[in-house]
Every structure is written in structure tokens, then in C-alpha cells.
Design a protein around this ligand. Structure first.
Ligand code: HEC
Ligand code: HEC
Ligand code: HEC
Length: 243
């Protein structure tokens, strides 16, 4: 039950004036990170960037003075600090997120000459194989080539960079507990964007369940939020950690 630790962590974070304590153990670090994130959402809701005025004289919202009881079964999203609504993240309307699944593409990969049990680094594939792998990307994400490529296929793009990281760090660096291939379709299930970010605490709990508890690292080191989010926790992997 990840919710109770999340809420307790939130209490700790808030009681320290918003500074998240450095905790290195997996579960709690995740909880603290998610709580800190939730807290940062609350603070940034009153204005972007460093120039924004601090909490100042405005009346604190209910979530700021009293932390929710630790027994809360489904924590409410934190109310925005200034009464304005949070800016929704662009992307498809949230659908229920599916936990990571064993890939359905193992046979396809074997067919094109890639050993699914030992994926080579992306830049080690010959041109023909790489081209065949591209078709697994479009299918796994439900996108066209142009989602990642400009007219010149060699030109660098943000999504190419992300795809390279996902190949090297996720599909090669992680494995599903209980066997089964972890490949692009395992997490993407035919969609490029699929995270429901309307409640970051709930998303953190989902990540614990789906990406931490059910996965392990290929190098056998301890696996937790920090495997993907780094330490200290950075939520924006795609645009900040991998920039
Ligand atoms: C999810 C992102 C993604 C999608 C979708 C995608 N590609 Fe790629 N593509 C990459 C990445 C990553 C590389 C490797 C980049 C590197 O290592 O230089 C690459 C490399 C290539 C290359 C080799 C370019 C070079 O540097 O020599 C070709 C050609 C290519 N892709 C064609 C395609 C085609 C055709 C499609 C559609 C069927 C497609 N790609 C779809 C991400 C993507
Ligand atoms: C462990 C789970 C996982 C695996 C495996 C994985 N991804 Fe991702 N990927 C994600 C998550 C989470 C996001 C963020 C989705 C969102 O914003 O809703 C993402 C986002 C992306 C994006 C950015 C999409 C966009 O339009 O914003 C690309 C491109 C991408 N992944 C490519 C790949 C490719 C190619 C593979 C296989 C080599 C892969 N991913 C494997 C979890 C995974
Ligand atoms: C297998 C890799 C992986 C693991 C492990 C993982 N995450 Fe994530 N997480 C992602 C990716 C990828 C994204 C999308 C990042 C982006 O949009 O830049 C993401 C996004 C998030 C976000 C949304 C951030 C935002 O600002 O939109 C939260 C919150 C989050 N993760 C919490 C957690 C927590 C808490 C844990 C540990 C319990 C965890 N994650 C473990 C891959 C992972």
C-alpha cells in the first residue's frame, strides 16, 4: 500500500518547509520524491519560475496547514495554492494506465535478426536491421516515422534522443520480474504518451507498482525510482535528465 508512506512523507516534507530530506532507500525515496513533486505543483501553481512571489501573506490552502490523515485510502489531488486550476499537461485525455506487460514483439525481433534476450546497443545495429527495428518503434508507439524523424533521417531530434535512451537504459538496462521481454510495447502499448499526470502522487504510486516492484535492473543493483529519475529525484526525465 504505497499511499500511507506517501502521505507520511508529505507530512515530513511540509514540516521541513518544503525541503525534501535526502533519503536513499527505494520506496521511501520514491514517496518523498512524489510528495515533493506534489508540493512543487502546489507552489508553482501561483506563478512560474523563480521570479514568482513566495507564499507571502495569502491565506494558506487547506492542504498546506493540515496534512491529510495517514489512513486516507485515495488521496485527493492537492488543491492549487492560489485557487487557480492547474494547467493541464498537453497530451491525450487520460485513459487508465496499464502496467508494463511482457512484449508481444519477441518473435518479430528474432525474425529481423535481433536477439530479444540480449538486445545490442542501438548504434551497433547494421543499417538493414536498424531499419527493420524502426517498424517495431512505430507499431509499439502507434506513431509514424515523422514522430521522431525530420526529412533527413540522420538529423538529430528530441524524440530520437529519447528513443535511444529508452532502448539503451530501459529495454537493455531493465527486465520484467518473472520473465518476459521488456520492450517498447511493454510500456507504450501502442501509444506515445500514456501517463496520467492529473495527480502526481497517484502517478508516483503507480510507478512504484508498475516500474519498480515489477522490474529489476540488468546489472542487479538495487532498483528504485532513482534508477530512472536519478538522485536527487528529477521528474522530467525526457526534457531535463536526458536533455
Ligand atoms: C520512436 C522514434 C523513432 C521512430 C518512430 C522512427 N525512428 Fe528511425 N531512428 C530512431 C533512432 C533513435 C535512430 C538511431 C539514431 C542514431 O543512433 O543515430 C533512428 C535511425 C533511423 C535511420 C538511420 C539514420 C542514420 O543516422 O543513418 C533511418 C533510415 C530511420 N531511422 C528510418 C526510420 C523510418 C523509415 C521510420 C518509420 C518506419 C522510423 N525511422 C521511425 C528513432 C525513430
Ligand atoms: C519502462 C517503460 C518504458 C519502456 C520499456 C519504453 N518507454 Fe518510451 N516512454 C515511457 C514513458 C513513461 C514515457 C512518457 C510517456 C508520457 O509522457 O505519457 C515514454 C516516452 C517516450 C517517447 C516520447 C513520446 C512523446 O511523444 O512524448 C518516445 C519517443 C519513446 N518513449 C520511445 C520509446 C522507444 C522507442 C522504446 C523502446 C526502445 C521505449 N520508448 C521503451 C516508458 C517506456
Ligand atoms: C523504469 C523507469 C522509471 C521508474 C523506475 C520510475 N519512473 Fe517515474 N517516470 C518515468 C518516465 C519515463 C516518466 C516521464 C518523464 C517525463 O515526462 O519527462 C516518469 C514520470 C514520473 C512522474 C511525473 C513527473 C512530471 O513532472 O510530470 C512522477 C511523479 C514519477 N514519475 C514518479 C515516480 C516515482 C515516485 C517512482 C518510484 C516509486 C518512479 N517514478 C519510478 C520512468 C520511471
Amino acid at each position: 500500500m504505497p499511499f500511507a508512506p506517501l502521505v507520511r512523507a508529505l507530512v515530513r516534507v511540509r514540516s521541513k518547509g518544503g525541503e525534501a530530506p535526502v533519503v536513499r532507500s527505494g520506496v521511501l525515496a520514491g514517496a518523498v520524491a512524489a510528495a515533493a513533486l506534489a508540493a512543487s505543483v502546489t507552489t508553482t501553481a501561483c506563478g512560474p519560475g523563480e521570479g514568482a512571489p513566495g507564499p507571502g501573506p495569502r491565506a494558506p490552502g487547506p492542504g498546506e496547514t493540515t496534512a491529510p490523515p495517514p489512513s486516507a485510502s485515495a488521496p485527493e489531488p492537492l488543491p492549487p495554492a492560489s485557487g487557480t486550476t492547474m494547467t493541464p499537461v498537453p497530451g491525450p485525455p487520460p485513459e487508465p494506465m496499464k502496467p508494463a506487460q511482457p512484449s508481444a514483439m519477441a518473435d518479430k525481433l528474432r525474425e529481423i535478426g535481433v536477439d530479444p534476450t540480449a538486445l545490442p546497443p542501438l548504434n551497433k545495429l547494421d543499417a538493414k536491421t536498424l531499419r527493420d527495428v524502426m517498424n517495431t518503434f512505430t507499431k509499439a508507439l502507434g506513431v509514424k516515422c515523422s514522430h521522431c524523424h525530420e526529412k533527413d533521417f540522420r538529423a538529430p531530434t528530441a524524440n530520437k534522443k529519447i528513443a535511444t535512451h529508452m532502448w539503451n537504459d530501459f529495454t537493455r538496462g531493465l527486465a520484467l520480474d518473472g520473465g518476459g521481454l521488456l520492450y517498447c510495447d511493454s510500456c507504450h502499448g501502442g501509444r506515445a504518451q500514456f501517463l496520467d499526470r492529473t495527480d502526481l502522487r497517484a502517478l508516483g504510486a503507480w510507478m512504484q507498482e508498475s516500474y519498480v516492484d515489477k522490474m529489476r535492473r540488468a546489472d542487479k543493483k538495487d532498483h528504485g525510482c532513482e534508477t530512472c529519475h536519478g538522485d536527487p529525484f528529477e521528474g522530467k526525465i525526457l526534457t531535463k535528465l536526458w536533455k
